[in-house]
Design a binder for this molecule. Structure first.
Ligand SMILES: [Zn+2]
Length: 121
């Protein structure tokens, strides 16, 4: 009987650790620096905090992704791709990038070069 209680407590702790862990991983990175990458090439790189509202069109083999920046956030507004996964992913809010596999497109936060600059400077 006592062992069962400990097992229950242990499961609870593990569950809690898992939840906390996933929150930490999915938290927005400590940067507003975002880049749009296609086939491993950085097409656009900007600071969302200082970027004006705009729509950027990126083409791949005649297929277009329309990427919108609004209120210092970024998402895929429209896309010609068949799966529409990139559109359905919504706003970029975490370290997990927005990916459009058919159009070889990735939108992601770039890891904080700020801290490195601080050390170097
Ligand atoms: Zn897509």
């Amino acid at each position: 009987m006592k062992q069962k209680i400990w097992l229950f407590v242990l499961c609870g702790i593990l569950l809690l650790a898992g939840i906390v862990g996933s929150i930490l991983v999915l938290q927005r990175p400590d940067t507003s620096q975002v880049e749009i990458v296609q086939d491993g090439t950085v097409l656009y790189s900007f600071d969302l905090d200082s970027e004006e509202d705009q729509v950027i069109e990126v083409e791949y083999n005649g297929q277009v992704n329309r990427i919108e920046i609004r209120d210092h956030q970024i998402h895929v507004l429209e896309a010609d791709c068949p799966d529409q996964v990139c559109v359905n992913m919504g706003w970029l809010r975490s370290a997990a990038p927005i990916v459009c596999l058919p159009n070889h497109l990735v939108i992601q936060f770039t890891e904080g070069s700020d801290s490195l600059d601080a050390v170097a400077g």
